[in-house]
Design a binder for this molecule. Structure first.
Ligand SMILES: Cc1cc2nc3c(=O)[nH]c(=O)nc-3n(C[C@H](O)[C@H](O)[C@H](O)COP(=O)(O)O)c2cc1C
Length: 175
């Protein structure tokens, strides 16, 4: 199904956000990077425990080391900056709920990037090498990798995606 359009700016942002995997060479201003992380931190979390932790990686050598840990390495090489997103095991109180909060955090980041005119993609395939990512970034064992978010100004804005119609995913209705 084609993406819906909506006059409400929040809904329109949700519908128009696409994964962006190709970027222009421009660097992202530091303030925008912090804004994206701030938006991540305004996600809901159980007991408001805010278990998210972030590592900003602009350095080309570090990005190259990360790129070698996923088959989507080309995206990490092309992106001017990536943010590795971790959950702090020491801050967790409930396996499922903390991971749900992390998903909400990452989605907030994607939407914030989109709202700021940037493009982003959630990279999960790299989780197969989560331990190596942690070591590459010299991080302690309490940090568990949840995703790498690649960021940059989109080279193109013609990305398309599709979704199942809601009739297919609504299992029952008790009105
Ligand atoms: C948990 C998760 C893991 C993902 N991992 C990758 C990945 O490793 N590489 C990639 O190119 N895209 C990855 N994506 C992006 C999805 O492919 C993308 O969100 C999906 O195709 C829908 O497209 P859209 O984001 O443009 O709507 C991931 C998304 C999620 C939520």
């Amino acid at each position: 199904m084609e993406r819906p359009r909506h006059p409400n700016p929040v809904l329109e942002a949700i519908y128009s956000r696409r994964s962006v995997r190709d970027y222009a060479p421009e660097q992202i201003p530091r303030e925008l990077v912090y804004e994206i992380i701030r938006a991540g931190t305004w996600a809901p979390s159980g007991l408001n425990n805010q278990p998210w932790r972030f590592v900003i990686v602009r350095d080309a050598e570090k990005r190259e080391s990360l790129a070698r840990l996923t088959r989507y390495g080309e995206i990490i090489r092309r992106a001017p900056l990536v943010i590795a997103v971790f959950v702090d095991k020491d801050a967790m109180y409930h396996e499922v709920k903390d991971h749900q909060a992390m998903g909400a955090c990452i989605q907030n980041m994607l939407l914030a990037a989109h709202a700021l005119g940037l493009g982003a993609v959630w990279l999960g395939e790299i989780l197969k090498n989560a331990e190596l990512v942690r070591e590459t970034l010299s991080l302690p064992e309490n940090l568990d990798l949840m995703a790498v978010v690649a960021l940059g100004y989109p080279k193109r804005r013609d990305q398309r995606s599709s979704r199942k119609p809601i009739e297919e995913v609504i299992v029952k209705e008790y009105w």
